[in-house]
Design a protein around this ligand. Structure first.
Ligand SMILES: O=C(O)CC[C@@H]1NC(=O)NC1=O
Ligand SMILES: [Fe+3]
Length: 406
């Protein structure tokens, strides 16, 4: 007798296990034991002698791996709609940043907010993602730029994972911008980041990965490498905001450090692509920022595809360049703006997004032994998920084998 904790029947599976397709199994079932996938297949192939403590009727829904948003700045205080309005009156994003607006205005608001205010402000945005079937969410720091506030942000991120049915991966982004108290002293600030702030946060168990903003309005490749070396000393993987506004060689640097991902990549070079391909670094594409900043230079999707570099998609949810809390819309933008295929878009928020977080052995596909994180969709075919704009066809979602209520 095979015993399962729960069984979902009357579903069609998009397993995402087939590199060239959705890995579909129609008229199927999937079973869970101890929060992990224990069996999946055509209903007709169910073992004759099984027992499930709970059986759920999937109502003919398509069932995919739970969606993974692998790049978000979702914990922050304040709002930047005033800058949105300024840009629409002709002020460039980079000019706003140089005048101390942009990231630093969110830094001021986040420093001033209490942990509870930060949690409340973030929960609304997190719930929006969960309602669309997101079961894993990466959350960056980077709006504190001092130990006290970076720690506050990362504690809130960890608390979200304790309070809600979602897997949280935290990323330290102390090298996001130069705080006002270090104006003109970037290298001194990076010494504080590498020698005091990061070690203290690691000591509190708050950091899963380390990121930086490698850009002419951020930190240089040499400065970024200091941060990567500090991450290496702490035994942490790296990822990078790379080639968003210019080519700083950030993607190649990240690949050399066997980084999990290089993100944005509108200005990615052939050398960067080759380095990413060699080291298995994931390309995380962020169409929300491209769209919201009205960028015109597209990331080299065809060249990434040709090189076999895994492409992920994420919201980049942040108040300045991507105030977006819909991963389904990011999928649609990946197709309509970047010309990814609907299959690539779904791979980009499951299989490849898991890899961008180092979770490829635990999540991102319907594979026996992986986490029983599912999303059930009232759709006709998996390609519908990247097609509809503004619709949310998520019928239900499951986290570690338990139907989600939040
Ligand atoms: O404007 C913000 O608040 C963050 C912008 C965001 N951060 C980064 O490094 N690149 C971005 O688009
Ligand atoms: Fe970002």
């Amino acid at each position: 007798m095979v015993h399962w904790d729960s069984l979902w029947i009357n579903v069609h599976l998009a397993t995402m296990c087939d590199g060239d397709g959705y890995g579909t199994i129609r008229d199927a079932a999937i079973a869970v034991r101890d929060g992990k996938i224990a069996w999946l297949g055509a209903s007709a192939a169910l073992p004759g002698d099984y027992a499930a403590d709970q059986t759920h009727d999937g109502q003919g829904c398509w069932l995919t791996p739970g969606l993974i948003d692998c790049h978000s700045h979702i914990v922050y205080a304040g709002n930047r709609s005033d800058e949105f309005e300024a840009r629409l009156n002709g002020v460039a994003y980079e000019e706003i940043a140089r005048k101390g607006g942009g990231i630093l205005s969110t830094v001021r608001a986040t420093r001033a907010a209490s942990a509870d205010e930060l949690m409340q402000a973030s929960l609304t945005r997190v719930h929006s993602l969960l309602r669309e079937g997101v079961t894993t969410l990466e959350i960056k720091s980077g709006y504190g730029l001092d130990l006290q506030t970076e720690a506050k942000m990362l504690r809130v991120a960890r608390q979200i994972g304790r309070d809600l049915p979602v897997r949280i991966k935290t990323t330290f982004l102390g090298a996001h911008a130069l705080p006002p108290e270090y104006a003109g002293r970037a290298d001194d600030y990076l010494s504080a980041v590498c020698e005091q702030i990061l070690p203290a946060l690691v000591g509190e168990g708050l950091v899963d990965a380390v990121d930086a903003f490698c850009e002419h309005i951020g930190f240089s490749a040499a400065q970024t490498e200091r941060v990567f070396q500090a991450a290496q000393r702490a035994g942490l993987p790296v990822k990078l905001h790379a080639e968003q506004l210019s080519d700083q060689g950030g993607a190649a640097l990240t690949a050399r450090y066997h980084g999990l991902s290089a993100d944005h990549l509108e200005h990615l070079s052939a050398q960067g692509i080759a380095a990413m391909q060699t080291h298995g670094t994931v390309a995380v594409l962020l169409p929300g920022a491209y769209y919201f900043l009205r960028e015109t230079k597209l990331p080299p999707i065809a060249a990434l595809r040709e090189a076999g570099v895994p492409m992920a998609l994420a919201t980049d949810c942040n108040p300045g360049t991507s105030p977006m809390t819909s991963l389904l819309l990011a999928m649609n933008m990946g197709c309509t703006l970047f010309r990814m295929t609907p299959l690539e878009a779904l791979q980009g928020v499951t299989l490849h997004a898991a890899r961008a977080l180092g979770l490829q052995d635990q999540a991102g596909s319907l594979t026996i032994g992986k986490a029983a994180d599912f999303a059930l969709w009232s759709i006709d075919r998996p390609g519908d998920l990247a097609y509809a704009i503004g619709a949310n066809p998520c019928y239900a979602s499951v986290f570690s084998g338990s139907p989600r209520v939040f």
